[in-house]
Design a protein around this ligand. Sequence first.
Ligand code: SF4
Ligand code: SF4
Length: 225
Amino acid sequence: MNNGVSQEAPDPMSQSIHYYQVNDLARISSPACEGCGECCRGMGDTIVLDPYDAYQLAIGLNKPFAGLMNKEIALHSENSLLLPHIAMQGSHNACSFLSEDCRCGIHSFRPGICRLYPLSRKYTDEGIRYFIPADVCAGHSLIKKKIRSYLDIRDYHAYESYKCDWFRFLKDAEDAAISTADSSLRTKTALFVLETFFFRPYACGDFYALVEKRIKRARRFLGLL
Ligand code: SF4
Ligand code: SF4
């Protein structure tokens, strides 16, 4: 089980890091961004997608999420589960959605991790807290902006509740997969999570209600109650 505090990115100096709430102002906005595209290159498998990202990509690109596999999206193994990430391609090792003029081709429905940049986040019992990692782009000066408007996520409260729920489910599923000695059960768990939350389409409507039901069903199926 999640013990209440966990993070999405390395936080080696947690003692000295300042944590923000979503309504706080933080120095994150970059009017002087040079648009060099460096933050969209060489990211390896770090732009990990969640079910909301998969849902948004399927709608925005008007194709099933599974249809993006092996081109725009790739899979990696993480704590015994299989999770999708944005694939890097070509001689520039660039994001599949980065255009030749270094623009994001999916800006309005880009993944949560991209939307967050240069912030990172931490999950706590009180909800999501934000912080600025030490290694963000220093090529331009950042100015203050309210985190909520910077993220520009519709219905933030529903999103935050879903993100915390998903984070806890993933952690429990990972712990269960890691702790079993049965390798075929581990594989089945990984494929079940991938199919249930990423490959099975979400009907149009209230994504948050749909995914909440899936998380509850998956917890029952995997014995994670
Ligand atoms: S944020 Fe920094 S690295 Fe990214 S495009 Fe702008 S200047 Fe380049
Ligand atoms: S999805 Fe857009 S913002 Fe994210 S890495 Fe790709 S081009 Fe950059």
